[in-house]
Write a protein that binds this ligand. Sequence first.
Ligand code: ARG
Length: 275
Amino acid sequence: MAKHVLLCPPAYFDVVDQKNPYMSEKASIDREKAQRQWQALRSALEQAGCQVETIAPAPGLEDMVFAANQVFVGFHEGLGKFVVPSRMVHASRQREVPFYVDWYRQRGFKIIEVDLGPDHLEGHGDLLWHPDWSRIYAGYGFRSTRAGVEKFRDAMSKLEIPVVPLHLVDPYCYHLDTCFCPLNHEAVLVYPGAYAPESLATLRGFWKRVHELTAEEAHKFMGNGIVANGRYLTPYVTPHLEAILRKEALAPVIVDTSEFEKSGGSLSCMKAFLP
Ligand code: ARG
């Protein structure tokens, strides 16, 4: 069955502030180029056999193209498909959330509201499923807060889904999806320097093979790829990453995301897989 994936066209994409260390006041976005790069991502996903769905972009929401962050998307035997709305750190990003929640609600997803209070939770920026849906890895420290992740863990425990908190320490890896990419049920790609030592040790226990990216690779978003149908979509590749992918029987497909990198995001940030 084709994997369904949600994207948001970059019609209003821009860099207007500095939400992470990649963003600069002086950055200027070439919106036509961004549109071409987004279209190339869409085609690469379709060529990998994915069915692409889109949400309408809203004016004034400059980061809405990053479709990974507004909700956490899940599936549970008893409950069916559900989402947990995020509480984003930045006000302009928080305004994206209701658009996404409505999109999912209209498609039959249950909405699980977690009472986050003053805490933050940033969807699939920080919350990533093990590929067999057996547990959720949860990054915190820059965007999602430790207590936010714990409140999420309490909510998931009612569904008997374990959540593994991971403490992030590298500001260039401010979301878990910049330093953690499951390749299959047994292998994960990580950048070890992004984690507090205990968290790295915890993470290792859940995988047969842990492949390590260098800082240079991670900071160029090579750990922010998308796995689809035997391919690894990535903005760049090195001989080192190619060797890792070969071991896991994945073929690299380069998709240029230079405009989006100015905003601190790349391929994985721009999509949400739907169950
Ligand atoms: N400019 C966006 C922000 O800082 C980038 C989001 C990247 N998304 C991600 N899943 N890592 O919020």
